[in-house]
Design a protein around this ligand. Structure first.
Ligand code: ATR
Length: 277
């Protein structure tokens, strides 16, 4: 029987995961089937049933996207530390009768920044905007990279403060409100992990946080120059990037977790990249 994998989300129509995993399988010489499954919003346990049915039919692993990442995390039997801190799973593996949960978003982001964009985080000043699932997933991988400091900023300050408290002792992490950022000087890397760009909005970040020799990274992808990236450009930043590389890198991590081989990513990123301008 062909090895089966899938991605579940709602809506799922525009997911790039089947294309990405198809290209990985081809490059690695693996035969597998990877589908996109529309996750049902009703009945209340429709998502869980779909996961269990997929497993019962011999499925080996799943990618999970919005809005099911928290429910995927909840239904697992075992969870990695990364997934636990993010409170969300973006990949599941069925192994020995158990469901294992992982979250590769943050490690994919770090790899895109450090390897593909050649912007090492060690010793650098990093500013992370947002305190939702996307930002939570990035915190541990960023701290493991050894930045000089990691500043977390969120509109709802209490959420950022709670995350900093949760990670006490794990690295140079602190939270600052948006209003205090003007006094923080320049950062080598500014990452927009808010969902503001999805509605064409700009987080209230001052242009003074950007360094012309630094990098501005937008987690959303395929949306061109978002208001955040435009602000960075206006501030003279040459290194601006969207999340296409992160998307491919997190997929490569999942492929490696499921199949034991990490596929090359450069050609796949090139194929999926939509020019920012
Ligand atoms: P995700 O899973 O994509 O991270 P989420 O958990 O809903 O989504 O979190 C959305 C994040 O974007 C939050 O940090 C939110 O800030 P608040 O917690 O203060 O609501 C942030 N966000 C959304 N719209 C924003 C905007 N216009 N400006 C700044 N932050 C915004």
């Amino acid at each position: 029987m062909t090895d089966r994998y899938a991605v579940i989300g709602h809506p799922i129509g525009h997911s790039k995961s089947p294309l990405i995993h198809g290209l990985f399988a081809q490059a690695c010489g693996h035969t597998l089937r990877y589908e996109a499954l529309e996750g049902p919003l009703t009945p209340a346990d429709g998502f869980e049933r779909l996961v269990h049915d997929f497993r019962a039919q011999g499925g080996l692993g799943l990618n999970i996207t919005a809005p099911f990442k928290l429910r995927a995390f909840a239904l697992a039997d075992e969870r990695s530390e990364r997934a636990t801190l993010a409170g969300a799973a973006n990949a599941l593996k069925f192994e020995g009768g158990r469901i294992l949960a992982e979250n590769f978003d943050g490690i994919g982001l770090r790899r895109d920044i450090e390897v593909n964009l050649q912007c090492p985080l060690a010793g650098r000043r990093v500013l992370l905007l947002g305190a939702g699932g996307a930002a939570r997933g990035a915190l541990l991988p960023f701290l493991h990279a050894g930045p000089a400091e990691l500043v977390l900023t969120n509109r709802d300050e209490a959420k950022a403060q709670a995350l900093v408290a949760e990670l006490a002792g794990r690295g140079p992490l602190r939270s600052r409100p948006y209003a205090a950022l003007a006094a923080e000087g320049r950062f080598d890397l500014v990452v927009n992990a808010t969902s503001a760009s999805l509605s064409g909005q700009l987080p209230p970040v001052p242009a003074s946080v950007f360094s012309p020799t630094g990098t501005a990274y937008e987690l959303a992808y395929g949306k061109g120059l978002t208001p955040f990236l435009k602000l960075a450009r206006q501030a003279g930043v040459r290194g601006v990037a969207d999340g296409v590389g992160m998307l491919v890198e997190q997929a490569a991590e999942a492929f490696a977790w499921w199949r034991g081989v990490r596929p090359a990513t450069t050609a796949v990123i090139d194929r999926l990249t939509v020019p920012l301008e």
